[in-house]
Ligand binder design. Structure first.
Ligand SMILES: *[C@@H]1O[C@H](CO)[C@@H](O)[C@H](O)[C@H]1NC(C)=O
Ligand SMILES: *[C@@H]1O[C@H](CO)[C@@H](O)[C@H](O)[C@H]1NC(C)=O
Ligand SMILES: *[C@@H]1O[C@H](CO)[C@@H](O)[C@H](O)[C@H]1NC(C)=O
Length: 134
């Protein structure tokens, strides 16, 4: 009996390990706050706003949106090193999406954010990226 239970646990554990590709296991939820603001780094006195991007997408019936945004987009000029960035949710009713860091960011010259919506919901974020111009 115990041998069987142990075997089952090992099997379940193996499946879990196999199913969790490290960088793409985004959490199911981003907390209970009504507004999903996120920030990374710390804004210094000399930091200036380098990019301000509106990330707005309509909902998709029965689907969750899940995609990456890079600021500045590939192929466009990079203005400087990033010191602080904030993602401000314009939804104030808990229906907004979540944002996760997926590349670059503080100390880099670009940042890639992974954006997720809730099922049947859209996203409406303002992304402000601060840093030191070249
Ligand atoms: C919820 O809001 C509080 C206060 O603004 C903040 O400290 C906390 O990090 C937020 N939690 C999440 C999961 O966003
Ligand atoms: C989210 O950020 C906006 C803009 O700074 C602010 O007005 C709002 O109070 C913030 N919400 C929370 C829950 O921190
Ligand atoms: C971010 O910037 C680095 C360095 O310039 C570049 O190699 C990389 O391709 C950029 N990432 C994206 C997703 O544009």
């Amino acid at each position: 009996m115990w041998r069987f239970v142990f075997g089952l646990l090992v099997a379940v554990g193996t499946v879990l390990l196999v199913q969790l590709p490290s960088s793409h296991a985004w959490p199911e939820s981003c907390g209970n706050n009504k507004t999903h603001n996120f920030s990374w780094g710390k804004r210094g006195y000399y930091d200036r706003l380098m990019y301000s991007v509106e990330e707005v997408k309509a909902s998709s019936f029965l689907r969750k949106l899940s995609y990456d945004v890079t600021i500045p987009p590939k192929g466009t000029p990079q203005k400087g090193a990033i010191t602080y960035l904030e993602v401000l949710d314009r939804y104030t009713d808990g229906n907004g999406g979540c944002a996760y860091l997926n590349g670059g960011g503080i100390g880099f010259r670009n940042v890639t954010l992974h954006i997720k919506s809730q099922r049947n919901k859209g996203v409406n974020f303002v992304i402000n990226v601060y840093g030191l111009f070249n």
